[in-house]
Design a protein around this ligand. Structure first.
Ligand code: PHE
Length: 339
């Protein structure tokens, strides 16, 4: 049996060598090389059969096989050069050819915007935290003082994983997680992904990003909320961007305010983007409702605080004049490379 493989290998070697001597184009040589030495080639195939030999016979056969393979490889290399030279072709490297440039990658506009917003808040003394996207109903709703029958808990908006587990519909559950773990003072922002059962259109996608802010300390007032959010708007948009605070409602803040900026498109004159109002809503905010403190063991007689939630896509669209939120997630390079 070992003699068999040895003999077959030698015969293959001779056969290949004979055919090679007759091949006179580079293509013919290459075809032969693949036939004998390729991954599925004849020599390669035989060498694979060596595995079935008794261990003590393998080295001797292996030696022959390796020698034949090496000799053949050298013969192919020599032949292809001879053939090319007689045909007046040169196989050489043209070092004057221009190189292939690699394009440099960069961060997605959402990532950049999120980092930029985080930087603005860290400069004001905020910490950064992150939390789970798969969240307990308890944190997403219950501890945020959503009544059991609140419409936002409806299957319409919320993607349920089970009766008690949801994909978080906002970053606000992190308010509760942080207060559970940390005593005041709290100054923190939490960027991250959120999910809602929306079909995609120009202003909705089932996944989007928010950055949550939470401040709790002794003596925090609505004036602090206004000051911090005004500083944010002036740094993120421009120092002369007008902003407006209007009464709103959230179960976990009281009083609540939605913040709008002067329309970046028409500057107040009225246009389709701002629905002719001259204003664009960019975030929800408010003073932390004392009901929420009950869930985390904070004493509302001791501390007060405010919270806010900024829609990342929303502010990025306004800052960079993007009219369709779906562009962020389609991965069209022509869009992405602009930022
Ligand atoms: N979580 C709210 C939303 O998604 C925004 C918000 C955050 C409002 C914090 C008030 C305070 O709409």
């Amino acid at each position: 049996m070992p003699g068999d493989i040895k003999a077959k290998l030698k015969a293959l070697g001779r056969e290949a060598q004979e055919l090679l001597d007759k091949a006179d184009t580079p293509a013919e040589v290459e075809t032969l090389r693949i036939k004998y030495l390729g991954k599925k080639g004849l020599v390669t195939g035989l060498m694979r059969q060596m595995g079935s030999l008794p261990a003590e016979e393998r080295p001797a056969v292996g030696q022959v096989a390796n020698r034949i393979k090496a000799d053949l490889s050298a013969a192919f290399k020599a032949r292809i050069e001879t053939v090319a030279v007689t045909r007046g072709e040169t196989i050489s490297l043209d070092v004057t050819l221009p190189g292939r440039r690699h394009r440099r990658g960069h961060q997605h506009l959402i990532t950049r915007t999120m980092n930029e917003i985080c930087d603005i808040f860290t400069r004001m003394g905020f910490d950064i935290a992150e939390g789970p996207e798969v969240e307990l109903d308890y944190y997403n709703f219950e501890a945020l003082n959503f009544p059991k029958d609140h419409p936002a808990r409806d299957m319409q908006d919320t993607l349920y994983v089970s009766d008690t587990v949801v994909l978080r519909t906002h970053t606000s559950p992190m308010q509760v997680r942080i207060m559970e773990k940390q005593r005041p003072p709290v100054w923190v922002v939490i960027p991250g992904k959120c999910y809602r059962r929306d079909s995609a259109d120009m202003s909705h996608t089932p996944m989007f990003h928010q950055i949550e802010g939470l401040v709790v300390d002794r003596g925090i007032t609505f004036g602090d909320l206004k000051g911090v959010l005004t500083a944010f708007v002036h740094q993120f948009f421009s120092p002369d961007t007008p902003l407006r605070f209007q009464p709103s409602f959230f179960p976990f803040t009281e009083p609540s305010a939605e913040v709008s900026i002067g329309c970046v498109i028409c500057h107040g004159a009225g246009c389709p983007t701002c629905g002719s109002t001259g204003w664009l809503e960019i975030l929800g905010s408010g003073m932390v409702d004392p009901e929420v403190y009950k869930f985390v063991g904070y004493d509302p007689q001791e501390v007060t605080g405010f919270a806010f939630g900024i829609g990342i896509e929303r502010v990025a669209m306004l800052k960079y004049d993007i009219d369709d939120i779906r562009l962020f997630f389609e991965n069209d390079f022509r869009f992405l490379k602009q930022f």
